[in-house]
Write a new protein. Structure first.
Ligand code: EPU
Length: 337
């Protein structure tokens, strides 16, 4: 029997630590719970929001519908020669999955160590860090179709992965709920070490031939040094996406700002939003109960008791100043509720 809570605080369910309320709240522990929930017309009609780790959300108001907290657990793997298929429930904590794989010598997601959030969110957001994105290791996922009450498999080609994008954020938004994800990893050590910060940290530790575990540790150390721990300082990681602009546009703006940090990507030039924000003087600035992180301007933080609207207001000001200094429009990565 599903337990539906009423007027439930969401403070412990979003990493910004915003004290918003949900009109109704339910935890999903098994696939069958989804069928039970949506078989009831009362819930099928109601506006709903699925949450995993709550690490990419900003509540600017109370949620007058049903919050569905995914809690389906379990991790399994199957080894076939050099390949390992790892399947995890949507409610598994992402970093627990990383540890499971690193401890068994399964290679592929060690660069994604310590990313807050859940397994179920990983393909929606195509999470990425330090040279790897989920799309590089994603095999398939099982998702519940709300309309038909059926489970469906989505393979790589169905997901339309892009930078922090997928079909689940695009045209299928609100139609499916991911219940489990399969990742294709390898028992062979094929490490991705191109990212400058990884190279630097390995060499400062004197590690010339790193193991999967070394990479996981190094990435974790870099993240801890740069990013605030959401259990002590509320935040949702990068608040904005790194903007991608055309080469022509870049050449124009680079004339005025020759030192602009940039990376060549297949569809143009990716700029570092953190750099743009820092150049506008926002890095480490405290504004009321909120501000940007002292070591990474792309991260907005709750210094305690901030409301979602305060954080939203700060993000508007940042967008405004980046726009007027560089003519570049930042886009939020975090979902606004
Ligand atoms: N930079 C600054 N000032 C800042 C922050 C960054 O000048 O305050 C410069 C850095 O010096 C560097 C460049 O910007 O030259 C890139 O910085 P960093 O390596 O910290 O990465 P990022 O582009 O800011 C992205 C992801 C992160 C991911 C890291 C590492 C996005 C929006 N963010 O950040 O993902 O961990 O790369 O791969 O793509 C997230 O999505 O929540 C997230 C944390």
């Amino acid at each position: 029997m599903l337990q539906i809570l009423e007027n439930s605080s969401l403070q412990n369910f979003n990493t910004f630590g915003i004290d918003a309320y949900a009109r109704f709240f339910v935890e999903i522990n098994h696939q069958d719970d989804l069928v039970e929930l949506f078989s009831d017309p009362q819930w099928k009609r109601m506006p709903y929001l699925v949450i995993g780790g709550g690490s990419n959300l900003l509540f600017t108001q109370n949620f007058e519908g049903l919050i569905i907290k995914m809690n389906i657990r379990g991790i399994e793997h199957r080894i076939n020669h050099e390949q390992v298929m790892v399947e995890a429930g949507a409610g598994e904590v992402w970093h627990d999955l990383v540890k499971y794989c690193v401890n068994r010598g399964f290679c592929g997601i060690e660069n994604l160590s310590l990313i807050p959030g859940s397994v179920g969110a990983s393909p929606i957001q195509n999470i990425g860090a330090y040279g790897i994105e989920i799309k590089d290791v994603f095999h398939s996922c099982t998702a519940f179709e709300i309309e038909s009450l059926q489970f469906k498999t989505f393979y790589h080609q169905d997901c339309e992965f892009g930078y922090r994008e997928s079909v689940f954020k695009g045209k299928l938004k609100g139609k499916y709920i991911i219940s489990s994800v399969k990742y294709q990893l390898s028992t062979q050590q094929r490490l991705k070490l191109d990212y400058g910060a990884i190279k630097d940290e390995l060499s400062s530790r004197g590690i010339a031939h790193p193991s999967i575990k070394d990479v996981s540790e190094v990435v974790s150390a870099i993240r801890v040094a740069k990013l605030p721990d959401p259990s002590t300082i509320g935040n949702a990681g990068s608040f904005f996406k790194n903007p991608v602009i055309s080469t022509a546009e870049f050449q124009k703006v680079q004339q005025q700002f020759p030192e602009m940090v940039h990376f060549i990507v297949p569809d143009g030039i990716k700029l570092a939003a953190g750099w743009l924000i820092e150049q506008c003087g926002w890095k480490g600035k405290v504004v009321g109960h909120t501000g940007t992180w002292k070591n990474q301007a792309l991260v907005l933080v709750n210094h305690g008791n901030a409301t979602g609207s305060e954080i939203f207001e700060l993000s508007q000001q940042i967008i405004q100043s980046v726009k007027s200094k560089f003519g570049i429009e930042l886009e939020r990565e975090v979902n606004l509720i």
